[in-house]
Design a protein around this ligand. Structure first.
Ligand SMILES: *[C@@H]1O[C@H](CO)[C@@H](O)[C@H](O)[C@H]1NC(C)=O
Ligand SMILES: *[C@@H]1O[C@H](CO)[C@@H](O)[C@H](O)[C@H]1NC(C)=O
Ligand SMILES: *[C@@H]1O[C@H](CO)[C@@H](O)[C@H](O)[C@H]1NC(C)=O
Ligand SMILES: *[C@@H]1O[C@H](CO)[C@@H](O)[C@H](O)[C@H]1NC(C)=O
Ligand SMILES: *[C@@H]1O[C@H](CO)[C@@H](O)[C@H](O)[C@H]1NC(C)=O
Ligand SMILES: CC(=O)N[C@H]1CO[C@H](CO)[C@@H](O)[C@@H]1O
Length: 849
């Protein structure tokens, strides 16, 4: 281009080694926390020679890596002034600015793109979008619908400064001057298969970046989080089933303000956190297209993020009931017996599930004609008891012809729905049934074929929802039965974390779209269910991507029956609430390995507060459904499930808020107390909405639990006893049959008399519990509709009741007496008689004592 000719000719220096090495002094001044890795390739022992060939600084670090598997301070890092792009022109546009970036010197990765286009889009007052693209050639962009701004934000909460040489973007919060983004801290890379952007972080408090098994608050000490959907049992330091390049971070200084960042990119990537604090995004394809959300509080950041990727769907009511599942019931009769046993004990159960063992030879859309011959009858029986049935489906479609043919495969081939090799032949991998083909869910023809299959199967087994597994997609052979082709896509110059296992890149579309597979399958499944049943769809997916919440919920994967796994499930649940997938939970009592009674009781108590509550067990383990345990354990589990069921009106209302406003359902304490830095790392406690705090026992052999109570007045949910906290840790009694629940001051929450299914319960009497604040006030709301029709909000088929408690006669206010503080307009929701432990036993209104 003209600009390049004017400014010098590209291709000199850098890769051909003609540029001078950095001065040792220049290297020495870079503090360890701010060294950005110039040699991130895994499995390479970086020597001075290798490092200097990249014109980088080489200084062996003084300290050893912070944790096994972590890299620690890089020995090879970019010197100040390492060649990067320059901003050579900027012009105003209707929505912001556009600019041209050029670079004179090629990097050591192939196919540098030396001229780039920069677009700054001031989309709303709280949302900035930045796109960096190749103006000469179109590159892959993630095919999810994002809002298009039509006019420039008039009063943005952010200001943008551009640094010309080297190019960088600095985003500040106008009101405080806090620097939220500063990309000049390290060089920008934009090669065909290596794009890298670094920025300072404004604090060490950073959340999100799923799916990884970690604490809720990320560790910024040289922590590399890989993103590439992958079938692997949850393990620290590796990428798991879902990909979510979004973070929430607190601004500097503990002021309680927060912001967010979202990189709209689906290629395999590494995200590196380092103590600067700083972050590096390193992706191997697509474009750099990112958003900054200004909040200013954590909850608003999430709302603004979900405005871009989509609010979660309103779940069908029974999604919020108790679900029971295991791999290896062995027969429909054995499955049915468990359901009957649950009924005999009067334990709530809304949904029975089956894992793949219901299938005939692991084939989708079939059931075992012998062991599961009574499956259709069982499902009818569930329906006649107001219960539902969900079974697993895998995307891999057997390509081996069973006798009599296999319609899903034959028809799929006929309609051309399967993913091909580049030569047009069907790509064959291997999953449970053996050799399989993989439907291409990015295509409408495939959606139609998927619907037809579901409909044909539904005519035999009238299931109510779908559990979609193995959709990373997972395959037991690398690439395909013929391996992987030897192409640039298979051998990128840089390979993020664990991206080479299972179904690999194969074609350019898979290279870009691998991590979108679960999202697209969920979309096809939800569409098909809605069309078939005319109700809200219930889908639970293992693999997820931004916008997933519009189509499905998620379970946290194949974790183990360990106390530690129970603890980390809280971080998983909270993270997915930030990511717009609030319908989430872990396998209660643990999936793999043998559970123990005490663990299973504690986990059922915690699980009663997962937004999605399912007990699931692996094959060859002893049963872990509630009736399998001693009377004491069984009764404790039953009580916690009745308690959940009594709170259904609250939970349902919170989901309505998630659906309409992008609020979280299971909520980290820091969202409600953002000015209290002590809440920033809490992931052993959480809230439902803004008021109900759950403090589960997460350790064996204890009858107490220590919980943090942010400043204010809290009420024991069961007794109404009040606690005035200055912001302190409190030791609470926690015998085996008790989960600590506290109501924050100022709340009115709707509850109902529980029953064994929500279907029955939805006709149960409703009831309000209020917790007065010091000044005698409280408030809350109830959203109520038929629980399953699509778009009740849009069609006006709902009730939304707002409750306010005000002090009517202040002269009569006496602490301890609640007589004067009746909820207004409570006529239809009269408190009902309660005889049991799952509802408050003293007063309906808790007043300060
Ligand atoms: C900005 O405007 C100038 C003058 O019209 C033009 O030469 C230049 O190409 C424009 N730059 C961009 C990035 O649009
Ligand atoms: C951005 O980062 C650069 C490089 O570290 C630094 O020199 C500059 O002061 C930073 N700018 C702001 C506004 O923090
Ligand atoms: C399942 O139970 C039904 C009814 O009790 C019985 O008729 C049938 O033989 C049983 N099926 C199997 C496979 O055990
Ligand atoms: C795979 O190739 C066949 C023809 O060989 C074609 O009909 C089909 O549409 C292709 N599949 C996809 C998903 O593009
Ligand atoms: C549960 O529902 C059934 C059927 O409507 C009803 O007969 C029963 O009384 C209810 N039980 C409770 C505890 O409300
Ligand atoms: C209970 C538990 O350990 N949950 C983990 C299960 O795996 C997910 C990842 O899929 C983790 O996020 C959870 O922490």
């Amino acid at each position: 281009s003209t600009l390049l000719l004017l400014l010098g000719s590209p291709g000199t220096g850098g890769g051909d080694g003609s540029r001078a090495l950095p001065e040792p002094q220049a290297c020495g001044v870079v503090p360890e926390a701010w060294r950005f890795d110039c040699y991130p390739e895994r499995g390479v022992v970086v020597t001075r020679e290798l490092c200097e060939a990249r014109n980088c600084c080489f200084i062996p670090a003084s300290s050893s890596p912070p944790a096994p598997g972590r890299n620690g301070v890089p020995w090879c890092f970019y010197p100040p002034g390492f060649p990067s792009y320059s901003l050579v022109s900027v012009n105003a546009t209707d929505l912001g600015q556009t600019g041209t970036l050029v670079k004179m010197v090629k990097t050591y990765y192939p196919k540098d793109i030396l001229t780039l286009q920069l677009e700054l889009l001031y989309e709303t007052d709280n949302r900035l979008r930045v796109r960096i693209t190749d103006p000469s050639e179109s590159r892959f962009e993630v095919p999810i619908a994002v809002p298009k701004a039509t006019e420039k934000a008039s009063n943005p909460a952010y200001s943008v400064e551009l640094s010309n040489e080297p190019f960088g973007i600095i985003v500040k919060r106008t009101s405080t001057g806090a620097v939220l983004l500063n990309t000049t801290v390290a060089p920008l890379f934009y090669c065909d298969q290596f794009l890298q952007l670094s920025s300072s972080l404004s604090s060490q408090y950073i959340y999100g970046l799923g799916e990884h098994r970690s604490s809720f608050l990320h560790d910024i000490h040289w922590n590399t989080l890989t993103m590439w959907a992958r079938d692997v049992a949850p393990t620290e330091l590796t990428n798991l089933y879902g990909v979510h390049p979004f973070y929430l971070a607190m601004d500097e200084g503990g002021t309680g303000t927060a912001h967010g960042f979202f990189l709209l990119n689906s290629n395999a990537m590494d995200v590196v956190l380092q103590p600067g604090p700083a972050i590096t995004w390193r992706t191997i394809g697509g474009i750099l297209d990112f958003y900054v959300f200004l909040g200013p509080d954590p909850a608003s950041v999430i709302g603004q993020y979900l405005e871009v990727v989509g609010y979660p769907a309103m779940p069908v009511y029974w999604a919020l009931g108790y679900h029971l599942c295991r791999w290896g019931y062995g027969s429909s009769n054995a499955t049915w017996d468990v359901v009957k046993n649950m009924r005999n004990y009067g334990i709530p159960q809304d949904v029975q599930w089956n894992d793949i063992d219901y299938m005939d030879r692991s084939l989708d859309f079939t059931f075992d004609p012998t062991a599961f011959s009574t499956l259709p009858d069982m499902v009818k029986d569930l329906h006649s008891h107001g219960q539902r049935y969900v079974m697993m489906l895998d995307p891999g479609i057997s390509s081996v012809q069973p006798e009599g043919g296999y319609w899903p495969y034959d028809e799929g081939l006929r309609r051309g729905v399967f993913i091909n090799h580049t030569d047009g032949s069907t790509l064959i991998g291997k999953v449970w049934p053996g050799l399989t083909a993989f439907p291409d869910f990015s295509d409408d023809v495939t959606h139609e074929w998927w619907y037809d299959n579901l409909k044909r199967f539904h005519d035999k087994v009238p299931f109510d929802g779908l559990w979609i597994d193995m959709n990373e997609p997972s395959s037991f052979v690398d690439g395909s039965t013929v391996g992987c082709p030897d192409t640039e896509l298979e051998n990128p110059p840089y390979t993020p974390g664990e991206t080479h296992t299972h179904l690999s890149h194969l074609t350019s579309s898979h290279y870009n779209m691998h991590s979108l597979y679960g999202l697209l399958e969920a979309k096809a499944s939800a569409r098909a269910l809605k069309r078939m049943l005319g109700k809200r769809a219930f889908v639970i997916s293992r693999s997820t991507f931004p916008s997933q919440g519009q189509y499905s919920g998620h379970w946290l994967g194949d974790n183990r029956s360990h106390w530690k796994d129970m603890y980390t499930s809280i971080a998983g649940m909270l993270t997915f609430n930030l990511l717009g997938v609030p319908l989430v939970g872990a396998d209660i009592c643990g999936f793999s390995e043998q559970t123990e009674e005490e663990l299973c009781v504690r986990w059922t108590q915690l699980g009663a507060f997962y937004p999605f509550t399912r007990n699931h067990n692996s094959i060859d383990q002893k049963p872990q459904d509630p009736p399998a345990f001693s009377p004491r354990a069984r009764s404790a589990m039953k009580q916690s499930l009745l308690l959940r069921s009594s709170l259904f009106p609250l939970l349902y209302t919170l989901f309505h808020r998630a659906h309409t406003h992008g609020h979280t359902v299971a909520r980290p304490l820091l969202f409600e107390f953002p000015k209290d830095v002590r809440t920033y790392g809490i992931d052993r406690q959480f809230l439902w909405g803004k008021s109900l705090m759950v403090t589960p026992v997460l350790d064996p052999g204890v009858d107490y639990v220590v919980g943090y109570f942010p400043q204010g007045l809290w009420y024991d949910y069961y007794t109404g006893d009040s606690i005035r906290s200055k912001g302190e840790e409190l030791r609470l009694k926690a015998p085996l049959d008790h989960i600590n629940l506290h109501l924050r001051e100022g709340a009115v929450i709707p509850t109902q008399r529980p029953n064994t299914t929500l279907f029955v319960s939805s006709g149960q009497p409703l009831h309000l519990v209020s917790s007065l604040s010091e000044d005698g006030s409280a408030g809350g709301e109830l959203f109520w509709d038929d629980g399953e029709s699509i778009d009740t909000l849009e069609t006006d088929q709902y009730a939304h009741v707002v409750f306010t408690v005000v002090k009517v006669r202040s002269d009569h206010y006496r602490p301890g007496s609640s007589d004067h503080y009746r909820p207004v307009r409570s006529d239809h929701y009269r408190p009902v008689l309660r005889s049991d432990q799952y509802a408050p036993t003293t007063t309906d209104q808790y007043a300060p004592t």
